[in-house]
Write a protein that binds this ligand. Structure first.
Ligand code: UD1
Length: 419
């Protein structure tokens, strides 16, 4: 099993190119199932989760081709199988986003229930309730969501009591081909939801209000084809900014979307970073200073993203002062705390709050990644720790970070993949 070996203590310095957003690419690839003609998706990141989604579509009989720049061409018309099997869904929960498109277009879908997850229970009850409100007949059988809509879906008014990103996406995709109007309230406002809506509208869908908490979808009879470019990954961008901040370095991100990172950039300023933004570039400069600890409360967009929480906790471990990180989205998203403690961090955990008193230095150690963003926090800790850190189980890192060791090496880090 691959591991990342890191020798810490180098201030990162240089430029890095931000890849396409994983959380946009996955639902957009799934949404291509709704099209009647081929679609081409560009700026698709080279990630394990993306490969899993392509494998899932391929197993359904969809024709996919990928060129050397990760432009993915998809012809969904050859589909024969309407199932997302357990062995793929268990490696990537986001596979559930094929449910809405399959049901809306083909009137049937068998999608394995995702099951447990390292960061919390993560139910999909709202996906199911929303689709039921649109006329789907849904049963849970043998660990699968078995959904049918013999006479197609119809529009509905659906209020989501909890803000759910993939839930909003599933219902929005399903509603594009439903008869009549669908109104989703308390919808997720994440930029990835907007990206998906823009893609669907390009194919001929009629979606209004994406990016606000009320999305209205006027169902259309069919969707055509087209070419679409995925937005830059705001979490990858934030993670590289965090790598520069924790090492007291300076970094310039290229091909980023600063407007999707407002809350995160504010926190970097609070911890003492100089931030400058110009079009699609973001520069962070610590001027060699130690970061100051910051308080974080995660919240749905435009609040502070739960997917950046672990990285900021890593920064707090070596920052000046005490910082509190409160996780409000997932109930068990602090698996990285024990590993950071093994590197010398002073963190105390009380329910959903991690209080950290910054130490002057961390020490390298063998550590274990438990989920995608937790693994990023361990890499960050390794970059600043004295001595060598080996991060095990980095298949978690590979799910969400395109060429992480190449990009960090380019910034001067001593990092390599070992087996
Ligand atoms: C998406 C992101 C993930 C991010 C998360 C929160 C993708 C592929 N993944 O995950 O990176 O961390 O948003 O920003 O886009 N919930 C329910 N019932 C449901 C659905 C969700 O109770 O039917 C709860 C979840 O348990 C959680 C909260 O809603 O507590 C938010 O989860 P959700 O937004 O659905 O996360 P994902 O879409 O799975």
């Amino acid at each position: 099993m691959d591991k990342l070996w890191i020798k810490g203590g180098i201030a990162l310095n240089g430029e890095v190119r931000i890849s396409g957003a994983k959380n946009s690419a996955l639902p957009i690839l799934a949404a291509s199932l709704l099209a009647n003609k081929p679609v081409t998706i560009s700026n698709v990141p080279h990630l394990r989760d993306v490969t899993t989604m392509m494998e899932l579509l391929g197993r359904m009989g969809v024709c996919l081709s990928v060129d050397e720049y990760m432009n993915v061409e998809i012809d969904p018309t050859s589909i024969k199988v309407f199932e997302a099997p357990y062995n793929l869904v268990r490696t990537m929960r986001a596979s559930v986003v094929v449910l809405g498109p399959l049901l809306a277009k083909y009137g049937q879908a068998d999608v394995s229930l995702p099951g447990g997850c390292a960061i919390g229970t993560r139910p999909v009850d709202l996906h199911i309730k929303g689709l039921s409100a649109m006329g789907a007949d849904i049963k849970i059988e043998n660990g699968y969501i078995r959904a049918t809509a013999k006479h197609g879906l119809h529009g509905a008014k659906f209020h989501m009591p909890t803000v759910t990103v993939t839930g909003t996406e599933n219902l929005m995709m399903a509603a594009t081909l439903a008869k009549g109007e669908t109104v989703l309230t308390n919808a997720a406002r994440e930029p990835e939801v907007v990206d998906l809506a823009n893609f669907l509208n390009l194919l001929g869908a009629k979606i209004e209000g994406a990016g606000t908490s009320k999305i209205t979808i006027h169902g259309v009879k069919s969707l055509g084809g087209g070419s679409y470019k995925v937005i830059p990954d705001r979490i990858e961008a934030g993670t590289y900014l965090a790598a520069a901040a924790i090492t007291r370095g300076k970094i310039k991100l290229k091909y980023a979307r600063p407007d999707t990172l407002t809350t995160v950039l504010e926190k970097f300023e609070n911890l003492g970073a100089m931030i400058s933004v110009e079009n699609d570039t973001i520069t962070l400069d610590m001027k060699g200073n130690r970061p100051r600890a910051v308080d974080i409360i995660t919240a749905p967009y435009p609040g502070f993203p739960t997917d950046m929480q672990a990285q900021f906790l890593a920064i707090n471990t070596i920052a000046e002062g005490e910082g509190k990180v409160v996780e409000t989205i997932f109930e068990n998203r602090f698996m990285h705390v024990q590993e950071l403690q093994r590197m010398g961090a002073h963190i105390s955990l009380d329910g959903n709050t991690a209080t950290c008193v910054g130490v002057s230095h961390l020490t390298g150690a063998p550590v274990m990644a438990t989920d995608l963003r937790a693994s990023a926090s361990l890499v960050l800790a390794g970059l600043v720790a004295q001595g060598e850190t080996v991060v095990d189980r980095i298949y978690h890192v590979d799910r969400g970070y395109d060429c992480i060791e190449e990009k960090l090496s380019q910034l001067g880090a001593q990092i390599k993949r070992i087996s």
